[in-house]
Design a protein around this ligand. Structure first.
Ligand code: GLU
Length: 283
């Protein structure tokens, strides 16, 4: 096949582009050479976000669809980054895998009830916080003896590997409770419902999501005595300051234009008492 000089030049560019993509692998560069996500996302019109798949109200996969507050935050951020909603790829990000998923480039962002702390900051950077939760307890509705963290002596607790929730239980109640750790909170809910454990402990908003779920209606209650501070951040590649700053701005916009409270309302109704002041002001 004979190509005109213009077509030949085009074919060469296309081949080079393919070669660059192939070599770029997980650390692709946007046109112009920046490897910051803000530049890359817009150029590629693609964003890969790690979320939870089993936390109703926050990150839930049902069939091919994704719902929850974290999903709504992801959609808002994607739009600001210039990425079409249909081009967001959601990947499951279990608590224990979040840092690695980001560090290895398997996801661009993690928006998954992800507490900002110094230990995690050694491996990833965070934008936010975009929400502040507190660790609490979920028990069966008929339970009367677990009324707060001071009533946990001898109880069987459940939480998730790699979470601050499990860590806090171990440091605060080490010798008092038997802690069972699973890969996801929905497994703890199963254990709670069938009587294998006495309480599930993690962030109050996560627990409220389980209590609200249709399948659990009337069966579970949140104790309502939070005993930690869990500022949720958006995890991103360590050192991508340009993206971190951009995302901080987008979170602020989401809070100011009403989308933040609308998303919480949509996913939790009146079941969760949202603080009057959005958290970004804490920075
Ligand atoms: N926010 C806590 C954490 O990041 C608990 C919730 C979770 O495991 O996602 O570890």
């Amino acid at each position: 096949m004979r190509l005109s000089p213009v077509l030949r030049a085009g074919a060469l560019v296309a081949t080079l582009a393919l070669a660059v993509t192939a070599c770029g692998g997980k650390s692709q560069q946007a046109a112009g050479g920046s490897d910051s996500l803000v530049d890359r996302a817009k150029a590629d019109n693609k964003l890969t976000v790690g979320i939870k798949f089993d936390q109703p109200g926050l990150g839930l996969k049902t069939g091919d669809g994704y719902t929850g507050f974290d999903v709504d935050v992801a959609k808002y951020i994607a739009k600001k980054l210039g990425v079409d909603e249909k081009n967001i790829v959601f990947k499951q990000a279990p608590s224990a895998q979040r840092e690695d998923l980001i560090a290895q480039g398997d996801v661009d962002l993690v928006i998954a009830t992800y507490t900002i702390n110094d230990k995690r900051k050694q491996k990833v950077s965070f934008a936010g916080p975009y929400f502040v939760a507190g660790q609490d307890l979920l028990v069966k509705t008929e339970n009367t003896d677990i009324t707060g963290p001071e009533t946990l002596n001898g109880k069987k607790l459940c939480s998730v590997t790699g979470s601050t929730s499990a860590q806090n239980i171990q440091t605060k109640f080490a010798n008092k409770v038997a802690l069972q750790q699973y890969g996801g909170y929905s497994e703890c809910v199963t254990g709670l419902l069938n009587g294998a454990i006495d309480a599930l402990s993690t962030d109050d908003i996560i627990l409220q999501g389980y209590a609200n779920a249709d399948a659990n209606k009337g069966k579970l209650k949140v104790v309502g005595k939070p005993f930690s501070n869990e500022p949720y951040g958006i995890g991103l590649k360590k050192g991508d300051t340009k993206t971190q700053q951009a995302l901080d701005g987008y979170i602020q916009e989401m809070e100011k234009d009403g989308s933040w409270s609308a998303a919480l309302k949509k996913n939790f109704g009146d079941s969760y008492k949202v603080p009057a002041e959005p958290p970004i002001t804490e920075k």
